[in-house]
Design a binder for this molecule. Structure first.
Ligand code: SF4
Length: 494
């Protein structure tokens, strides 16, 4: 069995999950990577390819597996001074180094790990120092001296203007001292990982003592005694460790079995009561108070955004969200409703200027702009104000007065057991307004919309497909704001 660098990093995060991956791969067969996960991998590959441009003349090891080790050896022996994907194996440990560069003056090799992140990370499972230490141990065991270990990552302060300047887009941080200090601990962990993975018995799952957000896809396999909706779903229960440990040690997993509900905090209690009585828990006074503070016309508003590791548009940096679309439903005091929308279909010139101009024409600052999870919309307003100072007063005004409809649910003024403890519009809508659903749309979530937009603006995409994507994007964003209108109407009846 091989232990790759990725295996080792996963081991430091969850050893049990790694054991399952090695011995029961069938458990992961149905776990499709999300669009978001696929995009992260693609962004990582793009960043790595872009970063290699900073090392002209480097030699790329093309082979995989044992053949890559032989190819690396041959390349070093014939005197290649910069290697991409140099591959080494020591004992069961296997690595591919992003960049190895020979330092003629110091007579040793510099190791560079490329990360499509905006900073050096030092927390499992993305611990960049341990990542480098693992590589250094394996490479040096092979007789190749590493004299410097660094991470090259994206520069969070870089903003594209014209052609991407790769020298400015990436920054390199020398972590040699930290890596050397971490080496002993990482070396010991590598040995325990090897022993652990040799264990024939399936080890226990520690997440039984963690809240739902920490569970991975194999939790149900490892804990068949825990029902689908359990004490782990209680709001922020992972922060109330004492309660959770007490229940688990007493084999209390279902909400019905909780023996001390008086210890739950107000939010957890509302969730518990809703579940126990199989009915919704509503606080009409709090809802009325929140909605009475809004001014007509109510403008239900939603952006869709796109981001990428290598910025595509002037004025934007790595992973900065580019608002490419909005939908707006305007509800007047007399109940009349109007829909407006905007979608960038052909990026040109000052990319977001037409979008802001249209917003100015569509939105009345005297009325309240209503959104769902408004911090996302507010951040986009701030960015647009920075890019288009002439519109800053307008954008700041609507942003300051924005109302977040999600707070009705996240503050537990309306709790339905069917929300599953979530305040996401995707969970709330089918329960509060069963007639509306995202299921029939070709786009179901924001990350998919972002991926579709990238396809829409590609010159490789046919006109026919562009027409289809445009329709799908408009329908998806429109449902986001129409859903808010309908949820608002239900709340008003309360
Ligand atoms: S549920 Fe938690 S402890 Fe169990 S395998 Fe998944 S991540 Fe590991």
């Amino acid at each position: 069995m091989h232990i790759t660098k990725t295996d080792y990093l996963e081991y430091t995060f969850c050893r049990k999950n790694l054991w399952l991956r090695k011995y029961k791969p069938e458990l992961f067969e149905d776990v499709e990577p999300t669009d978001f996960e696929i995009k992260i991998i693609e962004d990582g590959n793009l960043a790595e390819a872009a970063c290699r441009k900073l090392y002209p003349g480097g030699y790329l090891v093309q082979a995989h597996g044992p053949a890559a080790i032989a190819e690396t050896k041959e390349a070093m022996m014939r005197g290649e001074k910069t290697l991409f994907q140099a591959t080494f194996q020591h004992d069961v440990f296997f690595i591919r180094a992003d960049i190895l560069k020979y330092n003629e003056v110091l007579g040793g090799w510099e190791l560079y790990e490329i990360k499509a992140t905006n900073e050096v990370k030092r927390k499992v499972p993305h611990h960049h120092v341990n990542d480098l230490a693992f590589q250094k141990i394996v490479i040096e065991a092979y007789g190749v001296k590493i004299i410097q270990a660094s991470v090259t990552h994206l520069n969070r302060d870089y903003r594209k203007q014209g052609k991407v300047n790769y020298h400015d887009l990436f920054v390199t941080e020398d972590l040699t001292e930290e890596v050397m200090a971490a080496e002993e601990g990482v070396g010991l962990e590598m040995q325990t990982a090897k022993e652990y993975l040799n264990a024939p018995e399936e080890p226990g799952c520690l997440c039984i003592y963690e809240g739902k957000s920490n569970h991975c896809a194999t939790f149900a396999h490892s804990n068949p005694q825990v029902p689908k909706y359990s004490v782990h779903h209680l709001n922020r229960i992972g922060m109330s460790k004492k309660k959770l440990i007490d229940w688990v040690d007493k084999n209390i997993f279902a909400l019905e079995e909780i023996d001390n509900p008086e210890l739950l905090n107000a939010t957890q209690r509302a969730q518990y009561d809703a579940h126990m009585h199989k009915r919704v828990a509503i606080n009409p006074e709090a809802i009325r108070e929140a909605l009475d503070g809004l001014s007509f016309p109510l403008q239900f508003f939603d952006y869709e955004g796109y981001s990428s590791a290598i910025p595509l548009f002037d004025g934007f940096g790595a992973y900065e969200q580019v608002p490419f679309q909005y939908s707006l439903h305007i509800l007047d005091a007399d109940g009349s409703i109007e829909h407006k929308e905007f979608l960038i279909t052909e990026p040109a010139g000052d990319l977001t200027l037409p979008l802001v101009e249209q917003m100015k024409a569509d939105i009345d600052p005297k009325g309240t702009v209503v959104s769902w999870y408004s911090s996302y919309e507010k951040q986009r307003m701030t960015k647009l104000a920075e890019l288009h100072p002439a519109y800053a007063p307008f954008l700041e005004e609507i942003s300051t007065k924005m109302f977040d409809l999600m707070t009705i649910f996240s503050n537990n003024h309306y709790v339905d057991p069917a929300f599953g403890g979530s305040a996401s519009i995707k969970n709330v809508l089918p329960v509060v307004v069963p007639a509306l659903s995202y299921k029939d749309l070709n786009i179901h979530k924001g990350t998919q919309a972002s991926e579709r937009w990238e396809k829409l603006i590609s010159t490789q995409t046919s006109a026919e497909e562009k027409t289809k994507i445009t329709k799908d994007l408009l329908e998806y964003c429109k449902l986001d704001t129409w859903a808010m209108v309908e949820i608002y109407r239900v709340l008003k009846t309360l």
